[in-house]
Design a protein around this ligand. Structure first.
Ligand code: SF4
Length: 428
């Protein structure tokens, strides 16, 4: 018998935290958003608990959250107790995301982690979590090695050095490149600005996102909310730099972090336990998360090659150019109850199909029209429907499809599509 009740996440889009797991096709799912790096022993214990209490599948999302799948009403409270005892620092309430190596990164120009902590406290104090749509998020980018420009946010702060000072670009709704810019402010005003902008979003009710407020009322309410905080003249336009988490990153203390990718964003808990054991043997102390990537922290120059070899042998992604990274696949059927196609069973064959074509090609395989794994456009988007796979070119799940194929035809169709796209590009 369970020691206490489990409350399922019933609110649409709600965050399935430890105490409110979300029903899916393979049982209950919980999501942890780590707010810093996790000591290796705690990470190994988390994987062991996921194997014991869930179905052993762990996912790292595009926002660096860790999802544990296949829990039951009986095992979920036990899992929550185990994780609580591990003391893993994880965010609750409004999602405030800082750079994954904040505090360790010698190139960051602002301590994004500390600012995120202050914003989180202020959001809790003002009760914003209960008044905002569950998926409203804030990004604080300290301009370090691992940029957050490609992560969508409702409110974004991005540090920029101007002569001898550091200022914050503030923008709303979207990824770094297409968010609506409001201007620049001093870092000391960062918390106040974010809270005021979140209040603008909250005014329209608990289902509204920043893009909805923008569409309904334009930029004026946002700009008015922070007008007295903005610096006259503003800043030059943001650089919108992208970055690569897979690979080696030199840290402030001279040690190294190594980015290891999870194929299609998921792995068996047992494989992750083995990866963590290899990391410990190589001298690492902790592990962080970035988009679908684990960052092994504390390696030395002499131990990295053997560790990377071990990670590759376990099936993890160690090269940025690995074709599996060009395929985004959600959980799909039979894992997710809404899935119409077996996305993860199809994904390896799709990755093989794109392997010989240029790196730029991105294929999104979505189990249904919800498109959980990728909100943006892709060269080819595949959407599961009761009639098969709907194909959308240079668009997203919400765009019109140009063809419908059976799942077993998909790899051949992808080869044909990418080959034709490449031919067209070469004629431009
Ligand atoms: S896109 Fe559809 S099938 Fe895929 S995880 Fe989301 S709800 Fe499930």
């Amino acid at each position: 018998m369970t020691a206490r009740a489990v409350f399922f996440s019933q609110r649409r889009g709600a965050c399935p935290g430890l105490s409110t797991p979300m029903p899916t096709g393979d049982g209950l799912l919980v999501r942890l958003q780590p707010t810093g790096i996790i000591p290796l022993p705690a990470f190994i214990a988390l994987c062991t608990a996921a194997r014991r209490d869930g179905n052993g599948i762990i996912e790292v999302t595009g926002r660096g959250s860790i999802q544990i799948r296949g829990l039951s009403a009986e095992s979920a409270p036990r899992f929550a107790d185990s994780v609580a005892a591990l003391g893993i620092a994880a965010a609750d309430g409004v999602s405030i995301l800082a750079n994954p190596l904040t505090g360790l990164d010698p190139t960051e120009i602002l301590d994004a982690g500390a600012l995120a902590v202050d914003i989180r406290r202020a959001a809790t104090r003002t009760g914003l979590g209960a008044r905002l749509a569950p998926k409203v998020s804030v990004v604080v980018d300290g301009s370090g090695m691992l940029s957050l420009n490609d992560v969508a946010a409702d409110v974004r702060l991005h540090a920029e050095r101007v002569e001898h000072a550091v200022l914050l670009h503030v923008s709303v709704a979207g990824v770094g490149a297409d968010a609506t810019q409001l201007g620049a402010l001093a870092p000391a005003n960062g918390v106040e600005a974010v809270i005021r902008l979140l209040e603008v979003i909250a005014r329209r009710g608990p289902v509204t996102r920043a893009r909805d407020s923008l569409a309904a009322e334009g930029i004026t309410p946002f700009r008015s909310a922070v007008a007295d905080l903005l610096i006259a003249g503003g800043l030059p336009a943001n650089a919108h730099r992208s970055s690569e988490a897979i690979g080696i990153h030199r840290l402030r203390d001279g040690s190294l972090a190594c980015g290891i990718g999870l194929p299609f964003g998921h792995a068996e808990a047992a494989a992750l336990e083995r990866l963590a054991a290899c990391a410990a043997a190589a001298g690492a102390a902790s592990i962080g998360t970035a988009g679908r990537t684990l960052l092994i922290v504390g390696l030395a120059d002499r131990t990295v090659p053997a560790f990377v070899h071990d990670a590759e042998s376990l099936g993890f992604i160690v090269e940025a150019a690995d074709p599996r990274r060009r395929v985004i696949a959600c959980a799909g059927a039979p894992i997710c109850a809404s899935g119409q196609i077996a996305t993860r069973a199809l994904a390896p064959a799709v990755a093989d199909a794109v392997a010989r074509w240029p790196n730029a090609t991105l294929i999104h395989v979505s189990g249904c029209a919800k498109g959980c794994a990728h909100a943006g456009k892709a060269a080819l988007t595949v959407v599961g429907t009761p009639a098969g796979c709907a194909l959308i070119t240079e668009g997203s799940v919400s765009d019109a499809s140009f063809a419908m194929v059976r799942p077993e035809e998909l790899p051949a169709v992808v080869v044909r599509h990418v080959r034709e796209s490449c031919r067209e590009d070469s004629h431009v």
